[in-house]
Design a binder for this molecule. Sequence first.
Ligand SMILES: [Zn+2]
Length: 158
Amino acid sequence: MTGEKHKQDFALQKLTEYLARTGRRNTPERLEILEAARSLVTGFSVEELANAVAARGVRVSLATVYNAVELFVAAGILARYFGSRGALFEILPANRHHLVCLSCGKTKAVKDQSFSEVLRARHYSAFTASYFEMTVYGVCSACARKAKKTNINTRIKK
Ligand SMILES: [Zn+2]
């Protein structure tokens, strides 16, 4: 799926940017851990991620997985939240925005590269942007058609 491809490119791009910014180099272990994190769809613990890494046939210590997770959080690749099982992590979505219909409430996720470029070019003082979520409100085509029909009908009745 192209959606998955976008998500992959986004995470890898974030990691590369962060490592360059902080003067660190990438390691094959980190890439393996990132791949394993991406294979876990929902929120996962560090232990679950370590198991996923092991399942890929990669041998890394739990400490390495912990360090990689901290780095991914700092790089804006992973979100950390606290669930009933303690700290859980999840891959952050790629930059995207939603189109919301004011009439029927239907929501559609879309990607627009130009907005990502605007964000990348921006420099906020004392803040590093990870990703954005934007909502665009309007009227979907189905509702627009319906509204047009209703207008014609009321006009005929008069
Ligand atoms: Zn609608």
